[in-house]
Structures are given as structure tokens and as C-alpha cells.
Design a protein around this ligand. Sequence first.
Ligand SMILES: Cc1cc2nc3c(=O)[nH]c(=O)nc-3n(C[C@H](O)[C@H](O)[C@H](O)COP(=O)(O)OP(=O)(O)OC[C@H]3O[C@@H](n4cnc5c(N)ncnc54)[C@H](O)[C@@H]3O)c2cc1C
Ligand code: FES
Length: 346
Amino acid sequence: MTGAGPEGARTVKLRFEDDHAVEFPVEPGQTVLEAAEAAEVFLASQCRVGSCGTCLASLLSGSTRTVAGRTLSLLPSEQEAGARLLCSTEVDGDATFELGYDSGLASQRPALLRAVVTGVQQVSGTVVELRLELADEIPPVVHAAGQYARLRVPGTDQWRSYSMAGTARALPELVFCVKLIPGGAMSAYLERAVPGDELEVEYPLGGFSLRGGTGQHVFVAGGTGLAPVLAMVDELRERRGPKPPVLVCFACQSGEDLFGAAELRMRAFWMPGLTLRIGVTEGDPPDEETTRGTPVSLLGEEPLAPDAEAYVCGPPGMVAAAADRLTALGMAAHRVHAEKFVPTDT
Ligand SMILES: Cc1cc2nc3c(=O)[nH]c(=O)nc-3n(C[C@H](O)[C@H](O)[C@H](O)COP(=O)(O)OP(=O)(O)OC[C@H]3O[C@@H](n4cnc5c(N)ncnc54)[C@H](O)[C@@H]3O)c2cc1C
Ligand code: FES
């Protein structure tokens, strides 16, 4: 079917990175994201109002409209190049989109599970490591390193997203690295959290995951953006066979904020192909192995190999700067994969 009339359902086709495709109808007034969910296709999404960029897709054919009244986080130039946010996109006729992750991550409905706090530890001046154990039976879902879970702030109806710092091997344990935000709902809870507390968890979510490939894997992490990077590095280490060369560029604001350096160095000890660059953006580095720099400046000046893939995670500004720098170093834009830690109220 092509080009349905203005009043009828349209057909949308989604093509995933593993070349699988799905088709479903979109009713007038429905966004592509809503129509996908009605068809049991669960795409990566977060804010659902066009601000976080999680539901990004590329329009391959067809004509689309932005939901009235929405201000999108996409630049006009990105929209001209075909970028679309599916939570805020309606279609005028049949349309085809391409997504930057595998179909396996979209074919599963995230589960709502109970979890028990097993550890809450302040690991730097501003970061808390939260350990949970899932208390309900875990459904047979794909848990890819790099994905996130949503946690309900106990005693409220507010939910917050956190990337998981471990691989599926660690289940039923989930580990999170959370930056404490003064006045934040989850941050306030974490200051009083104790082992034994119960939380609700929606799991697993998101399309930030390793894309395969044997070229160099470049990870760029700012602050608690390290969490999914630890999981991805562990997934590479757990895989059988030869490992790709890995570069991790990780920085925190200051020596007081820095966390995770020992965990990274332990991984470098286990993985001879892992090169580490750890930095602090301000003040004196806390030791000789840490330098002064941002996650982006730690990338250095050397051009990247054409088969390299990059995985970037942290605050939106840092992610945008890293993507610019990686492309300036010769990386094709479609090889840069990112997760932005967008605040819930953005
Ligand atoms: C997919 C995804 C994964 C994420 N993973 C992680 C993770 O692994 N670790 C992590 O620490 N965070 C992560 N975040 C961010 C996290 O979801 C929360 O936004 C953050 O923890 C703040 O929650 P809160 O309840 O403490 O503060 P809120 O109650 O949400 O915010 C309080 C106030 O602080 C502002 N604010 C929120 N965050 C910031 C910030 N970083 N800087 C300045 N002001 C801010 C808000 O706009 C608001 O005005 C992720 C976000 C997304 C979308
Ligand atoms: S879910 Fe679409 S932009 Fe956030």
C-alpha cells in the first residue's frame, strides 16, 4: 500500500541495524512511536515529547509532520538530512524509517519488576553506587550492555532513568552509578536509602548497545556516563575470541568527583588491548595516571581508523561535542552511537 488518503491508516516500515524490518499501521493522530507500541514494537524512547533524542530515526522515504506545538531537540539541518524523533512524528502517507539498533531490542516489552536495595555507597563527592537485586522472576528478555532501567523514586510517582553498569551475567543484580543533584527527587532518596528498601524497576530499556564490528571501539564517557561503558567493556571482555582494540576516554569535573578509575584500571589489566585515558576537567589530577582534560579533549589529535566505532555517554552538551570531535577525527557520523543523560523535566 502506498500513499493512503488523509483519513485512512498509513503503513510505516522500520528497518533495524541488523536488516530486519517490521511494518505496522499508523492511525491519523498517532505518532510513529505510539503506533509501534500498539503493534508490540517497543522502540527506544524516554521523554516522549521531542526533547531527549532517544527515539531518533532516519526517514528513508515518505513525508512526515511534527506533532503540533512540539519544540524538538533536532537542528533544522539534522531534520533536512532526514533525522526524525518518532515520539513527535506523524506521517502523511506510507513511510520508511531506519533505526540505529538491532530489532532484538525492539521486539520486547520492558518488564515491571520489584527490586530490593542491596547496597548504597558514595563512591566520590558527587556519585553514589546503587546496587539492586531483582526480586521478581526475570522474563526472558535481551539485556544488552549499554541499556538502561527506569526506577521509581520510593514514596512518589516519579520515575528516573539509569544506565546499568553490569552485563546480563550479573543478574539478578543491577548496578547503577548516580550523580547526586542538589534538590533532585532520586538524589534526595539516595541520601536516605538503606539496604532492604524496595523499589519498582522497569527493565530493560534503550537501544544504546554494541554494534559488532572488529575495528577499534572508542568509548567517550563524562561523569556517570561511565556506567554503560563499564557494561560494554565487560561485554567485550566476556565474548569469546579475539577482542577489538579499545580506547576509553573518561573524565569527571574534578578530583573530588572522580570515581570508577580503579574499576577501569582493573579492566585494562585484564584486557591488554584496552587503552585508558582518565582526566579531570578542573583542578589538580588526583594521581599521576590521571591527566587534566575533558572526555572530548582526551580523544587527542590522531585520526581514527575508518572501521572504528564510537560509543559516547554523558550530559547532552558533552555528547554533542564528542560527536563533533569524532567526526573531525575522520569517523563517519553513523559510526557514532550515543546515550544522552537528559534530565526528566527537560
Ligand atoms: C537514558 C538515560 C539514562 C540515564 N542514566 C543515568 C545514569 O546512569 N546515571 C546518572 O547519574 N544519571 C542518569 N540519567 C539522568 C537521570 O535519569 C536523572 O535525570 C538524574 O539522576 C537526576 O534525577 P533526580 O531525581 O536526582 O533530579 P530531578 O528531580 O530530576 O531534577 C532536579 C532538578 O535538577 C535538574 N537536573 C537534573 N539533572 C541535572 C544535571 N545532570 N545537571 C544539572 N541539573 C540537573 C533538573 O532539571 C531539575 O530542575 C539518565 C538519563 C537518561 C535519559
Ligand atoms: S523519546 Fe522522543 S525525543 Fe525523547
